[in-house]
Design a protein around this ligand. Structure first.
Ligand SMILES: [Fe+2]
Ligand SMILES: [Fe+2]
Length: 324
């Protein structure tokens, strides 16, 4: 399948007032113009590949440290390492495409020239992220792609099918991008291939601006919402969070390496076990801490860390500060 059609209907606001109305938003737009980069000329594509072929630290492979891992030959460990990276990058690649599409809708839906101009820059940024990840997959991993996971497809169907800008922004710029930033940070720190580190660093430069759009635009709409509207926003936030933190296991990568269904079940059980013991490798602990802290801080800043939301975050294993 080379594409997928998602039904959606959005209202397009044609803006006639082009004066600066929201200075913070306009300066975010200025930063976006200043910090554009080019995936063709700003990425050192000729960086030599690591001699052992590993793209990320082995610790990021779910079964690292298990008897299953120890039984693999060195060759298979490297192969699994590369396939798990291809799987992770495929998930991120689809996320970049989804972000580009959602932002192109936002250009239409949002009112205000400052907001429209900024969203136009995010469309370009996400196109570049889509491009650079695809080029990395082609350049280093033989163009290996894995299909879009079900949870990710459901999340983007919900984002792209909804007609309201703030619902898209909550799910994209707040939830999905907070998650993606933590993932890119972890990958850039654990990259064995310096080229992958460069790619992640460049993407990260853009992502904080994108989250900035949510931080600037959401507080007013949340404050002015009716009780029913606020509950809907809370529910949508929790549903999006549930999608991004659960159900991401690169089962296809294991299958491709010849793991039997019993071995895959063993791998999943090992992962569950490690999670239950809270005994994650340093990186993952770092990722969780990073992602959970920024998620909780951002929700609090925009006014969505409510009494209804707190227990649902706790159920997802997200640690919360005591209520003020
Ligand atoms: Fe992106
Ligand atoms: Fe982004």
């Amino acid at each position: 399948m080379t594409h997928r059609t998602i039904p959606s209907q959005v209202d397009t606001i044609f803006e006639f007032d082009y004066t600066v109305q929201a200075e913070d938003m306009r300066s975010l737009y200025e930063k976006a113009k200043r910090d554009q980069w080019n995936a063709s000329s700003d990425i050192p594509w000729d960086t030599p590949e690591p001699s052992d072929g590993r793209t990320l630290a082995d610790e990021l492979v779910d079964i690292h440290g298990s008897p299953l891992w120890d039984r693999l030959s060195e060759r298979d460990q490297v192969e699994l390492n590369r396939r798990v990276t291809a799987w992770r990058l495929s998930v991120l690649l689809y996320g970049e495409q989804g972000a580009m599409l959602a932002c192109s809708q936002l250009v239409n839906i949002v009112a205000g020239a400052d907001e429209k101009f900024f969203q136009a820059t995010q469309v370009m940024d996400e196109a570049r992220h889509n491009e650079v990840l695809e080029r990395y997959l082609q350049h280093r991993l033989g163009g290996l792609h894995y299909p879009m996971p079900e949870n990710e497809r459901l999340l983007f169907d919900a984002i792209l099918g909804d007609s309201r800008w703030y619902i898209k922004t909550i799910a994209l710029q707040l939830v999905a991008e907070t998650f993606a930033v933590a993932l890119f940070k972890m990958m850039s720190e654990c990259a064995r291939d310096p080229l992958l580190g460069h790619v992640c660093q460049r993407i990260l430069q853009d992502e904080s601006r994108h989250m900035g759009f949510g931080m600037l635009s959401l507080p007013a709409v949340i404050e002015g919402a009716t009780a029913a509207e606020r509950e809907e926003m809370e529910d949508f936030t929790c549903a999006a969070l549930e999608k991004v933190v659960t159900g991401f296991f690169p089962i296809d990568a294991y299958r491709d390496l010849g793991f039997s269904p019993a071995q895959i079940a063993e791998a999943q059980a090992y992962r569950r076990d490690v999670a239950a013991r809270n005994d994650y490798a340093v990186f993952r602990k770092y990722f969780k801490r990073d992602m959970h802290t920024s998620m909780v801080n951002n929700l609090a800043r925009i006014g969505l860390l409510t009494e209804r939301v707190r227990p649902r975050l706790a159920a997802l294993g997200i640690r919360l500060p005591a209520p003020a």
